[in-house]
Design a protein around this ligand. Sequence first.
Ligand code: TRP
Length: 333
Amino acid sequence: MTVRKRILTGVRPTGPLHLGHYAGALENWLRLQRQYECFFLIADYQVSDYADDITRVRDAVWEVALDWLAVGLDPEESHFVIESLVPEHAELTTWLSWFLPLGMLQRNPTLKAEMDDFGKKSVPVAFFTYPVMQVANILMPRANLVPVGEDQLPHVELTREVARRFNRQFKEVFPEPEALVGRVPRLLGLDGNAKMSKSRGNTIDLKDSAETVARKVRGMYAGPPRDAGEPGRVEENPLFLYLDAFDPDHAEVASLKESYETAGVGNKVLKDRLTSVLETMLDPVRERRAHYEANMRLVCEALEHGTSHARAVARETMVLVRDALDLDYLAKY
Ligand code: TRP
């Protein structure tokens, strides 16, 4: 049997997944799930910003698992892992933080931007150190590849640096993982904001009903106002970004763009087309979701099996780490 290379990637359990997750990451996970041994992590140690809303975290663990099953991730093939049920993540985080200079965190652009979002509220220490835990997440199964959204690249870069340092200073334990960003690195929000995100309420969720999707698309920001029949500029209308992202008929999209700039195409035509494209894509997802929602025991088993396998792998890694650090005190006598 050939040993498959490993993927580790994950999301924070803060709510249902949306189209941005799909185009930015999930699509790659689906494509790679048979080629690699995959560890898909529900990162519940990484939600210190939701400390006063644990109910939401608890619900979101199930939402995420359901969304994963709904898009077609296969728990027979891959491991669905609840982070805090593999407490070795916390242990490895502690060891690794010995070797991670504070300045490297302070310079991390994603972390910087997220800390700014806290505004006047104080930032939990666990929030500041979450990239270290993310490094531990990735190194734990000795992953080779990390398919993620664009915003996560600084964390993968940090992981590579830590792996290099560790291997050089102690023993060769960790592969240096590569990052892989999805086809659409960052999907614009429905309101035209640079990022689709739950906290901005500008998402289309994978579990949204057909009516909700249609309503959200109708309300989408579609560029500067135009009179009916007036030509417009393709790059000013985000509807084209969505069509580029999700419409499989590229020739038709190209011809719509052409007419949009010359004869003019009404937003309603574009929105109707997008709605139907999304329907074709999301309908089977909704159907699979309904199947699992009616069989929550299957979801639970997927999480149990995946987590217990991940824990076994984590124990192996921790033996290698203790050995490399020369910390296996009791092995001496
Ligand atoms: N921080 C990631 C996010 O917000 C989630 C995550 C946690 C992750 N651990 C990971 C992603 C490890 C990739 C690898 O989306």
